[in-house]
Design a protein around this ligand. Structure first.
Ligand code: ADP
Ligand code: MG
Length: 356
């Protein structure tokens, strides 16, 4: 297993990139701990696969270096890096049996046949294909084939890291849940460094210790699920994580108050904002209280979602969402208050910390 250092990585697919727009990865500079379970989360096209392929060695970055345990591997092949990678769609040998497909990566490394057998059988259990061991892969369903791909990625225990690129896309929802739990368990058991690409926040938040949120060729935040929820570093993280996402509204900072439309809201600190910066207030729907006190809102719609309700309202010309409990009273002339500790202030989309 290895600690992975991404040292000022940039990547452009075209030649002679000029502006940041020309880069699929603008600048990635981070260190990922040995044995961590990381999820790379972001919308389609944000650069997840590009970054994963740079880590695995399928792609060489235009600029920067990649290190495993301090050793420069930027120009080493995937094989030399000793990485297992599982792709979005199955990569298997159709003419081999299911058993031989799983045995292949081990036999390739000259693992003794008794050990091969033990591990292949164990993996067949995990991916729930024990009854199919002797069948040719050809003719299996897409999700069975993908389970073989996963098994091939997981069968070795001497890899530096295992990389997954949206591996559960073709798997049905129930099996998705089962496999995700299995991955988590295997990670705990063997402690390999795992990088798991997904555009699905639930998948990322349930799987990873650390979620790496990507947006437009950049890593905008690396954090635990709780950190991403409570302190989104970038407004994009606020929108993208949570359901509904964070409310973000144009604002003006005046000392230790924030002004939204005609309302002035007290803060518990004085955000340092430069003149000319675009200021915004972010607050999650869960931290807005609706009742008889505070600032007036116009309620448009109330959605029942089990034990909670989502109130859609207009506040100072902004559409906002509020999460209320199912028994909360919503008066005829509703008012709202924001939990001061849960207010985030942004300057040009980046969070202004209390620390400063
Ligand atoms: P994701 O995996 O997050 O969907 P990708 O890393 O595949 O994103 O793509 C990032 C950007 O790079 C996108 O704008 C995509 O169109 C572009 N891109 C990806 N692969 C290639 C390629 N082989 N040639 C040119 N552009 C590419
Ligand atoms: Mg991709």
């Amino acid at each position: 297993m290895a600690r992975i250092t991404l040292d000022h990585i940039r990547h452009a697919y075209g030649s002679a990139p000029k502006s940041p727009k020309d880069y699929a990865l603008r600048e990635v500079h981070h260190e990922w701990n040995d044995g961590g379970a990381y999820a790379l989360l972001g919308p389609s096209g944000c650069g997840k696969t590009t970054l994963l392929n740079i880590i695995s060695g399928l792609l060489q970055p235009s600029e920067g270096r990649i290190l495993f345990d301090g050793k420069d591997v930027t120009y080493l092949s995937t094989q030399a890096r000793n990485i297992a990678q599982v792709f979005q769609f199955p990569v298997i040998y159709d003419t081999m049996t299911v058993y031989d497909n799983l045995a292949f990566p081990l036999r390739n490394r000259a693992v003794p046949e008794a050990e091969v057998d033990r591990r292949v059988r164990e993996m067949l259990e995990i991916i729930d294909l024990s009854g199919w061991a002797k069948r040719k892969a050809q003719g299996l369903t897409a999700d069975q084939k993908q389970k073989i791909s996963l098994g091939r990625g997981l069968v070795r225990n001497d890899v530096n890291a295992i990389l997954f690129d949206e591996p559960l896309t073709v798997i049905d929802p129930h099996m998705k849940w089962v496999l995700r739990s299995q991955l988590k368990r295997l990670h705990k058991q063997f402690g390999f460094t795992m990088v798991y690409v997904t555009h699905d926040q639930t998948e990322a938040l349930t799987f990873a210790d650390k979620v790496v949120v990507m947006y437009d060729g950049q890593i905008v935040q690396i954090g635990t699920p709780a950190e991403l929820f409570e302190r989104p570093t970038h407004t994009f993280v606020g929108y993208f994580i949570g359901s509904p996402g964070m409310n973000v509204m144009p604002a003006r900072i005046e000392g230790s108050t924030v002004v939204v439309g005609g309302e002035t809201i007290a803060l518990d600190y004085s955000p340092q904002i430069n003149a000319g910066d675009r200021a915004e207030l972010g607050i999650r729907p869960e931290f807005i209280r609706i009742g008889r006190e505070g600032m007036p809102v116009a309620v448009n719609r109330i959605e029942d979602i089990g034990r909670r309700r989502i109130v859609r309202a207009d506040f100072q010309g902004q559409r906002i969402a509020i999460v209320a409990s199912e028994d909360a009273e919503i008066p005829a002339e509703p008012r709202i208050t924001f939990d001061p500790a849960a207010i985030n202030i942004y300057a040009n989309s980046w969070r202004v910390g209390r620390e400063a």
